[in-house]
Ligand binder design. Structure first.
Ligand SMILES: Nc1ncnc2c1ncn2[C@@H]1O[C@H](COP(=O)(O)OP(=O)(O)O)[C@@H](O)[C@H]1O
Ligand SMILES: [Mg+2]
Length: 199
């Protein structure tokens, strides 16, 4: 999975609110948190690589939660549980299960009827699930892993790079391109985000 563009200065201390449900008390900065989360996420990727999943299993609320749990359960007590607070991103917390249900049904329909090409289905799903913002944290990385699972397990195509090749240049160009692509996707043009996902 590509770079996490939300990475702040690694030395920034976590606030008391950000520490809510943190299972490892030695973690005090965002940099340390990122490292532990990354270790957990690598195990989740190993778990997913060793298994076959069918469409009807992937496109369920239980599976969406399971993936988040596999990614973060060693770090967060609330891993795999929908958020219980409102944020400035995402739908009202009470709308999470409803909006997710709509997305899962739409995605099923896109696949069954071949409404969009495979990459577009996975990228549309990624963009919509991160906008719902099901969990308190980790939604960006979870959405990319879901996009990868859809493209790999349902369509049997290679996983996305999510801009990894441009990110390596470290010139800020990837971030700029990513933000522009997300803006286009917000306006229902998914082409730039699909291109970014394969760079
Ligand atoms: N206004 C927005 N609308 C939809 N999604 C957004 C918005 N702002 C940020 N995001 C998404 O939310 C993610 C950050 O959410 P977060 O739960 O902190 O995920 P992570 O911890 O994996 O970075 C970003 O990666 C971005 O994709
Ligand atoms: Mg975050």
């Amino acid at each position: 999975m590509g770079l996490d563009f939300e990475l702040a200065d690694g030395q920034t201390p976590l606030t008391e609110e950000e520490k809510d449900g943190l299972l490892i008390s030695s973690i005090t900065t965002h940099g340390e948190l990122d490292e532990f989360e990354q270790l957990n996420i690598e195990k989740a990727i190993q778990w997913s690589l060793s298994r076959k999943f069918k469409k009807d299993e992937i496109l369920t609320e239980a599976f969406i939660k399971l993936v988040h749990k596999k990614m973060y359960a060693e770090v967060w007590a609330w891993a795999g549980e929908f958020r219980r607070t409102n944020k400035n991103i995402g739908v009202d917390m009470h709308q999470v299960p409803i909006q997710l249900r709509l997305l899962l049904d739409d995605c099923e329909y896109w696949i069954e009827k071949g409404i969009y090409p495979p990459d577009e289905i996975a990228v549309r799903f990624k963009h919509r699930i991160v906008s719902i913002h099901c969990f308190s944290n980790g939604n960006g990385r979870h959405s990319r892993m879901m996009g990868d699972l859809i493209i790999e397990k349902i369509f049997e195509r290679p996983v996305f790079t999510w801009g990894a090749t441009i990110s390596l240049k470290q010139d800020g160009g990837a971030r700029r391109e990513y933000l522009a692509a997300v803006k286009s996707a917000d306006k229902n043009d998914f082409k730039p985000l699909m291109e970014f996902a394969r760079k």
